[in-house]
Write a protein that binds this ligand. Sequence first.
Ligand SMILES: Cc1cc2nc3c(=O)[nH]c(=O)nc-3n(C[C@H](O)[C@H](O)[C@H](O)COP(=O)(O)OP(=O)(O)OC[C@H]3O[C@@H](n4cnc5c(N)ncnc54)[C@H](O)[C@@H]3O)c2cc1C
Length: 387
Amino acid sequence: MSDAHSVRALLEPEHLEFAAAAEAFATDSLAGQSHPEDDAEARTRARDYLVSLGGGGWLDPIERQDLRACCLVREALAGASPLADAVFALQALAATPILLFANDETRGRWLPALISGDAMGAFAMTEPGAGSDVQSLATTAVKDGDHYVLNGRKSFISNAGIADVYVMFASTDPGAGSRALSAFVVPADAEGCSFAGAQVMSAPHPLGDLEMVDCRVPAAAMLGREGDGFKIGMATLDRLRPTVGAAACGMADRALTEAIAHALERHQFGQALADFQLIQQKLARMATELTAARFLVYRAAWEKDQGAERITLEAAMAKAYATEAAQRIVDDAVQILGGKGVLADSVVDHLYRAVRALRIYEGTTEIQHLVIAGQVLKRYREKGSAQ
Ligand SMILES: Cc1cc2nc3c(=O)[nH]c(=O)nc-3n(C[C@H](O)[C@H](O)[C@H](O)COP(=O)(O)OP(=O)(O)OC[C@H]3O[C@@H](n4cnc5c(N)ncnc54)[C@H](O)[C@@H]3O)c2cc1C
């Protein structure tokens, strides 16, 4: 769920209307749906959600590069259905580098289909031996005439096995680090590219491995130039990390709403839980942290929408703080619901399982903290040397 009014100072008037419409869509179309029983059902459901997101125009802000609108959609979706939110997230992760770095032909082939929901996208960076340490990617890309030949394995790839297209990162010179990384647009049906098995999470989220064996892709399918892959990956993550923070806010808001409703309704020791000061302290902290998280998220998105070239520091702060705060808020909500909070059909139990991954994907909290410290120290040193 979203509370766009709390950050209206950072939004345009049309964002408030858009947020209300996104909220209505999420509540009416998603919130009441049963949870997928298993991974197979989650995969089918993800494709269904893609059709409704594309058909309803909810993916359009990705193409418009309206980052605050992307955050508003993710807040609304994540509160109602973390799976639908993940579908939005992956369309953005695939469409953004294609929008910014593909040649006209590749962009024309994939961007309209990704935004309309006709094609499902994925972002294939992580490997069994390369998670946080992206520079150590071992998937190779070897030039062969006007093609590149890809070999290697990708792991923890959202939408693996159901995507139509992968933005895939590979090295033209493993051992040469970030300078040798390149990014390619690889159709899922490209010869030599195959789904190598699902990785099943405790929350519904299609995830899995990919294998590339002599997978030939045209050189024209490369994003940017050879060696631009690291820059492209980081530019994409920079833009989209605030939206991860927004998804965290959406989950936290739903958990807080559930906790308040329960605290008002449930009576123990002759009074409502909401009348106990220890419960009030929890609610106060939850509401305050949620508001602080929203300001960091929309501050980062506002900077980008105003034309900032990079928002590395702002995005890292937004993602790290919002996802950590959301984890604490959801955990407090479970505590306030008591035994009901851990029942398998409880809303807060589902949020508890879904929110955890946000502190890990698109760069863990620890990596965000390294980024923040690096930026802060750099600014301090630059200031010092200018004096
Ligand atoms: C639900 C989910 C969806 C995902 N979707 C995708 C996707 O679509 N595409 C994709 O490419 N990847 C995806 N990933 C992978 C994700 O980006 C990685 O899991 C993440 O980058 C962390 O890598 P790792 O799991 O290998 O952990 P590791 O890098 O092994 O880290 C393990 C722990 O060590 C810490 N650590 C690592 N290095 C340092 C350091 N220098 N200093 C301090 N601490 C450190 C980490 O913060 C973490 O706590 C997904 C992951 C999940 C859980």
